[in-house]
Design a protein around this ligand. Structure first.
Ligand SMILES: [Ca+2]
Length: 287
């Protein structure tokens, strides 16, 4: 099997929120004047402040987790359209499948595809478990949703209020820095050869990098326009069609840097699905 190695990276683990121990705020009395002091001898106002801080932390902890998820599934607004900051994840696609009762082509067929001696069927591989029964990615909702045909990707985007990006939109988003104050070393208005800049470093490709196969959404280097995984990780279906074929962009973790360039786009059969092909959505720009 032509994979870089087995297993998923440590950074795929779910984030954790630490909660302070309530016992730390128990008041105590000192001998003699029985002054009401906090656990470290502070005065009443300090104890009240610590209690208020704990209350705020407890009340906002769910919001902190939600905010982190929103960053992963956020959209970047460019000129005239918006685009997902990351590839569509297993977590997002699961919401769609549950809401619509979708059973994908790969699920109906009972197998996905991986390239070996030509395209080889892999029993049990689908968007739910990109690498089959032995895979742990189903538990990682941030892994990219793959083994999906063009029409399944298109239908997800419509359900999410968007559509597949066109070639022109994807190119602008991937290679032309549109932010006025980009940060991350990028220059406003510059067109780059790779989605992560002048060098291909930082993408999840076939060479040496921290990711043996798929990387979780947002784990690779933040690139042009603040987008993640435009180059590498999973190929991305575009809206462009030529008969029975549809365009894909960005290469994957199985390819090298050349496929991440604009000339590296490839036409694939629109009803094809494989472990290397995912997608992201575009949307009307918010007013
Ligand atoms: Ca990609």
């Amino acid at each position: 099997m032509l994979t870089k190695s087995e297993g998923l990276p440590d950074q795929d683990r779910a984030p954790r929120v630490r909660i302070a121990r309530a016992g730390m705020l128990e008041p105590r009395y000192t001998e003699g004047h029985r002054a009401f002091l906090g656990p470290r001898g502070e005065r009443p106002c300090m104890t009240m402040f610590r209690r208020a801080a704990l209350l705020i932390l407890l009340l906002t902890a769910p919001c902190l987790v939600t905010a982190q998820d929103r960053v992963v599934n956020d959209r970047v607004v460019l000129s005239g359209f918006a685009i997902d900051r990351t590839e569509v994840t297993i977590g997002r696609f699961r919401e769609f499948a549950l809401a619509t009762g979708l059973t994908t082509q790969a699920e109906r067929a009972g197998h996905g595809y991986e390239y070996g001696a030509g395209w080889e069927r892999r029993p049990g591989w689908s968007w739910r478990r990109p690498f089959g029964a032995a895979d742990t990615a189903e538990a990682d909702a941030r892994a990219p949703a793959v083994h999906l045909s063009w029409s399944e990707a298109r239908d997800f985007c419509a359900w999410a209020g968007g559509r597949l990006p066109t070639r022109a939109e994807w190119q602008e988003a991937a290679y032309r820095e549109r932010r006025e104050t980009p940060g991350d070393g990028f220059a406003a208005g510059k067109t780059y050869p790779y989605p992560v800049g002048d060098s291909p470093d930082g993408m999840n490709l076939s060479g040496a990098d921290p990711w043996p196969r798929h990387a979780a959404a947002g784990a690779t280097k933040r690139g042009v326009n603040g987008l993640h995984e435009m180059g590498g990780n999973a190929w991305e279906w575009l809206a462009d069609r030529q008969g029975d074929n549809a365009l894909t962009a960005g290469g994957s973790w199985w390819y090298g840097p050349q496929q991440t360039r604009t000339e590296g786009m490839q036409w694939k059969a629109a009803d094809f699905y494989a472990v290397y092909v995912g997608f992201r959505c575009a949307y009307a720009a918010p007013r």
